[in-house]
Design a binder for this molecule. Sequence first.
Ligand code: C2E
Ligand code: MG
Ligand code: MG
Ligand code: MG
Length: 291
Amino acid sequence: QAKLQGGDQIAAFKKALHTQAFEALSLENQLRKNLRDPAQQELFLAFQPIVDLGSGEIAGFEALIRWRLADGTVIPPNRFIPVAEQSGLIQPLGKWVLDSACAALAALRANDPNAVDHMHVNVNVSARQLEQHDFVREINELLLIHNLPAQTLRLELTETVLMENAAQVQNFLGQLQEIGIGVAVDDFGTGYSSLSYLHRFSINTLKIDLSFVQSVLTNEHSKAITQAIIDMAQSLNKTVVAEGIETQEQAALIAAMGCRYAQGFLFSYPLEKEALPQLLDQQPLVPTPRE
Ligand code: C2E
Ligand code: MG
Ligand code: MG
Ligand code: MG
């Protein structure tokens, strides 16, 4: 009987594996179709503001990819980015993201050049995009096409990406720095990494992972780690952004701890580009209490 049960489990396992593989393959095929024919418009970007906690003004936006199927279902990036990474589609997809993010920022600048002159757009980059030999040239071309200064684009990389191929990454970051493109370490504090890369690599910004930020009021360890990241960023002369701020209390504490920038649902959900002019008009996003 045990044997029969084992067999059943294996069958169930095989079926689950098959379902997963089938789902990945079907996502991959659909993604390929979308990249070939962007007119389908199933892929789009959502933009979340990065806010200066002192003034409530928007410093920039993070571009976050979304995929809405014809039937209205939205597939979150955590489900299809891994598929894109495994299939190699991340390279054309990443180019599409960079192009669309630059286009959106250029449109905002054309609309009201003074109001957004200083603003930047952050784009998430996967490890496999760094393997693309002409990646920096591609980024440069996109900046030219959209007539954007290099300082308006920032790339977000995770610690794991930075650690995976140190020599390649160092070369890549050096080229970015020469051009003037900023680099942020995403989900800082969660990856497997050595802190020594912080002074070896040209990095401008640390983004404190939302898992620390969201427990900063309730967990002493999270608070200590958050404070350590803020202090370290300050002494290394890097800017620091707290991710995932949802409450006024979190914002107040993070600001008091010395963190200048924040991102989170408290200020705004990620929005489609059409909603950005109105968001810009709403500044300061959360009026800070003044004495
Ligand atoms: P990330 O780069 O760390 O992005 C921040 C995530 O936190 C986003 O999830 C955002 O919607 C979410 N978030 C922002 N504020 C809050 C908050 O107050 N509370 C909570 N609970 N969440 C908040 P999203 O958009 O689902 O993206 C997930 C991840 O997918 C991103 O994490 C990033 O690693 C990846 N991703 C998104 N777009 C791209 C892309 O264009 N290319 C690549 N390679 N990866 C992307
Ligand atoms: Mg990010
Ligand atoms: Mg993050
Ligand atoms: Mg993340």
